[in-house]
Design a protein around this ligand. Structure first.
Ligand code: ADP
Ligand code: UDP
Length: 236
């Protein structure tokens, strides 16, 4: 399968059409951005790590009964995926307070949340991805009630599975963002990526940050953190 046209170039990935109208090739870049594109940089080999980590986790999630867009990894940085219409929501799941939640609610980072928090943000860079609730989602026709029920169910199941899986690798899953898409026959499936760019991973013992916060906050050892995640998940 070969890339034909560049369909879309985002901040972290390029998306290409293929000879099959139902399949795309995603090509992961080393480019890193934060704060809605205000901070820019590169993280050496991030594209390789995010491609491999995403595919590893999506394979495991498929086995757990969560449908994903993954078809086949074809190179270090490239993967064939099912083409979907992305539901324009960032679906955020939180176990421990951090980042924007800590700021918004005045909870120190690291505060355990007594129950899992699910949030939605409207995917719109020009608006800065504002948080929305179910009522906004229905009023703006971003998803139907049935689709949102499926999305919430999958999001909690992804959280449960990943939290347990990562715990055994001495990684605490603080929070993460996932995206879903609609297949041509109207099914909701997990799309985009699950990587240190889109999750907060803390070492269970030291609470050291092993994710994109090292880049966002200039904590140093950014590449090492991404490598460490790949090593713990894939053994290399
Ligand atoms: P951004 O758009 O936020 O800059 P990326 O650089 O990661 O993000 O670009 C990848 C784009 O591809 C995202 O907009 C994402 O929603 C979209 N995408 C991910 N998976 C699929 C898929 N299976 N089908 C169609 N689009 C997808
Ligand atoms: N996240 C993401 N993309 C975004 C916003 C957030 O992948 O555009 C992830 C982020 O990595 C974290 C979780 O979603 O794991 C919650 O992020 P938060 O709302 O705390 O935002 P931030 O502090 O990154 O601004």
């Amino acid at each position: 399968m070969k890339k034909i046209d560049l369909l879309y170039e985002g901040k972290a990935k390029k998306v290409y059409t293929t000879e099959d109208p139902n399949l795309l090739i995603v090509d992961y870049k080393d480019d890193a951005t934060a704060f809605n594109g205000e901070k820019k940089g590169t993280i050496h080999n991030k594209g390789i790590i995010n491609n491999r980590v995403t595919n590893h986790l999506m394979k495991l999630l498929e086995k757990e009964g969560i449908p994903t867009h993954l078809v086949e990894e074809i190179s270090d940085r490239e993967t064939i995926v099912k083409k979907v219409t992305i539901v324009p929501l960032e679906v955020i799941v939180r176990n421990i307070a951090a980042g924007s939640l800590s700021k918004r609610l005045g909870l120190p980072e690291g505060t355990k949340l007594d129950s899992t928090v699910l949030e939605y943000c409207y995917k719109d860079d020009a608006l800065g991805d504002p948080m929305v609730n179910n009522y906004h989602i229905f009023a703006l026709h971003l998803a139907t009630q049935e689709e949102l029920d499926t999305i919430a169910d999958y999001a909690f199941r992804v959280n449960q599975f990943l939290s347990d899986y990562l715990k055994d690798l001495n990684i605490e899953l603080i929070d993460f963002k996932i995206e879903f898409g609609r297949t041509p026959d109207g099914k909701i499936i997990l799309a985009d990526e699950i990587s240190p760019d889109t999750c907060r991973f803390w070492d269970s013992k030291t609470h050291e940050k092993l994710d994109k916060d090292r880049f966002r906050r200039d904590l140093g050892h950014v590449e090492d953190a991404y490598q460490e995640i790949m090593k713990r998940l894939l053994g290399e």
